[in-house]
Write a protein that binds this ligand. Structure first.
Ligand code: 5AD
Ligand code: FES
Length: 402
C-alpha cells in the first residue's frame, strides 16, 4: 500500500469498511466482549467518576488486586485507572514508530526468541540507510517519536550507535528519539544522550533477585540492570522500565515487588506484557501469562504512577484479539506500531505468533488508528513526552544534549 497525504486520517466508518486489518494471533483468551459492557466499542470510557478502589501504597491492597478475579472489583480497578489516565491525558493515545534494527543478541534470556543460543533464527541488521528509510517513512506517516530497538548486538558499538543517532538527529531535529538496546556502560548512555537520544526503554523484567536468576543465565545481574535504569534517569533520559506477567516461576509476591520497584524508581514509561512462549527457547513449553492479570498490572501501575506513559503492547495484542484495546481500557495510553521493513519483521521473533508481522507500516498505522477510535480514544501523533516533563535545564556537566 502506498501512503498518500489523505490517508493520514481515518474515520470509524473507514474502520467498519475494513480499510485496515490485523492478523489477530492464535490465542483465544479474553477475546470476547460478552457480558462486558464497559468494553463494548463505542461506549464512552469514564462515564462516571469511580471510587478509587484501593490505596496504591498499601502492599496488602496491591496484592489483593494482583490476584483478584472478581469481575466487579476488576472493573472498578480499570475504571479508576482510566479516570487517573484521563485526568492527565484525556482520551489521547500516543503513537510511537518502532524500528527493530537488529535481532542479533549476545544474551541468553531463557524466555526470549532472539537469544544467542537460538541457532534456528535468521539474523539481520539494518544498514544506516535502511534505518533512515524507516524514519523517513515514519515521518511521512506522521510519527514524531522513533523507537530504535535491538538485541544486545556487539556489532553496534557505542561509536556506531552514536553515528546512527547523529544521522537521525541531523535529519529530524524535533522528533523524540527513544533507544531500546539493552545494558551499556554509563559512559555509553551519556554519549547517546549527547548525540540526541531523549528516552530509553530497559525493562527490568522482574524486580526479584531470586526470580531474575530463574529467567536468566548466571552472567546476567539484576543489580546491574537496575543500576542502568538509575544511571539513565540521572543522566536526564525519560526512562522506561517494565516486566512480563506470567513468566515461569513468577509468584504474586514477585509482581508486588515489581510494583514496589516502580514506586521507587518512578520511571516515565512502563512496558508490561504477558509472557508468551517461543518454541526455540528453554521456556518454549511453558504456558502463556494471564491476559487478565496483565490488564490488572497495567491498571495498578497507572494508579501508582498517574502520569506514566504505558504502552498497550504487541504481546497484549497477540494474546487476545482486542488485547491492545483492552489495555487502553485498563489505563494504558501509548501504542507502538511497527515501522521496520516488512521483510525482516518475522525475524524479530521474541515469542511465537507475534501479530503485525505481515503488514506494511502504513497499514499498521491505519489499523491502530481505527481500532483506537472504535474504543472512544483519540490518536495523538505528537512527540508525547510525559505530562509535566521538562527536559533538564541544567543537565549534568559533560552530558548536555546537543
Ligand atoms: N514473551 C513476552 N515478552 C517477551 N519479551 C522477550 N521475550 C518475551 C516473551 N517470550 C519482552 C521482554 C523484553 C522486551 C523487548 O520483550 O520484556 O524486554
Ligand atoms: Fe494491526 Fe499492525 S496490522 S496494528
Amino acid at each position: 500500500m502506498r501512503f498518500t497525504e489523505d490517508m493520514r486520517h481515518t474515520t470509524p466508518e473507514d474502520n467498519q469498511a475494513g480499510l485496515f486489518s490485523c492478523n489477530d494471533g492464535i490465542y483465544p483468551a479474553g477475546g470476547s466482549l460478552e457480558g462486558d459492557d464497559s468494553l463494548r466499542p463505542g461506549n464512552p470510557p469514564d462515564k462516571e467518576a469511580p471510587v478509587m478502589p484501593l490505596d496504591p501504597h498499601s502492599d496488602k491492597a496491591l496484592l489483593h488486586f494482583i490476584t483478584t478475579e472478581d469481575p466487579e472489583e476488576t472493573e472498578a480497578l480499570f475504571a479508576a485507572a482510566r479516570e487517573v489516565r484521563s485526568s492527565h491525558y484525556g482520551r489521547d493515545v500516543y503513537f510511537r514508530g518502532l524500528i527493530e534494527f537488529s535481532n542479533y543478541c549476545e544474551n541468553n534470556c531463557y524466555y526470549c526468541g532472539i537469544r544467542a543460543g537460538n541457532r534456528r533464527l535468521k539474523r539481520y541488521r539494518l544498514s544506516l540507510e535502511e534505518i533512515l528509510g524507516c524514519c523517513r517513512l515514519g515521518d511521512l506517516l506522521g510519527y514524531r517519536t522513533f523507537v530504535f530497538q535491538s538485541g544486545e548486538d556487539p556489532w553496534f558499538t557505542d561509536d556506531r550507535i552514536e553515528a546512527m543517532l547523529e544521522a537521525v538527529r541531523g535529519e529530524f531535529p524535533d522528533h523524540a528519539i527513544t533507544l531500546s538496546i539493552g545494558e551499556r556502560s554509563r559512559a555509553g548512555y551519556e554519549r547517546f544522550f549527547r548525540a540526541g537520544a531523549n528516552r530509553y526503554l530497559l525493562r527490568h523484567e522482574t524486580a526479584s533477585e531470586e526470580h531474575y536468576r530463574k529467567l536468566h543465565p548466571r552472567r546476567m545481574s539484576l543489580r546491574e540492570r537496575k543500576q542502568c535504569l538509575w544511571d539513565l534517569k540521572d543522566i536526564g533520559y525519560q526512562v522506561g522500565a517494565g516486566f512480563m506477567v506470567g513468566t515461569p516461576f513468577q509468584t504474586p509476591k514477585n509482581l508486588l515487588e515489581d510494583l514496589r520497584f516502580l514506586r521507587d524508581l518512578e520511571p516515565h514509561m512502563v512496558g508490561i506484557g504477558p509472557f508468551l512462549p517461543q518454541e526455540d527457547t528453554p521456556f518454549g513449553n511453558y504456558p502463556p501469562g494471564s491476559f487478565e492479570q496483565t490488564l490488572r498490572m497495567i491498571a495498578l501501575t497507572r494508579l501508582l504512577l498517574p502520569r506514566a506513559l504505558i504502552p498497550a503492547t504487541t504481546a497484549l495484542g497477540t494474546i487476545s484479539p482486542l488485547g491492545r484495546e483492552k489495555g487502553l481500557m485498563a489505563g494504558a495510553n501509548v501504542v507502538m506500531p511497527n515501522l521496520s521493513p516488512k521483510d525482516v519483521r518475522e525475524f524479530y521473533a521474541l515469542y511465537d505468533h507475534k501479530i503485525c508481522t505481515g503488514d506494511e507500516a502504513a497499514e499498521c498505522r491505519l489499523c491502530m488508528e481505527g481500532r483506537i477510535r472504535n474504543f472512544g480514544f483519540e490518536p495523538n501523533m505528537a512527540r508525547g513526552d510525559m505530562a509535566g516533563w521538562e527536559a533538564r535545564k541544567f543537565p549534568r556537566a559533560g552530558v548536555i544534549q546537543q
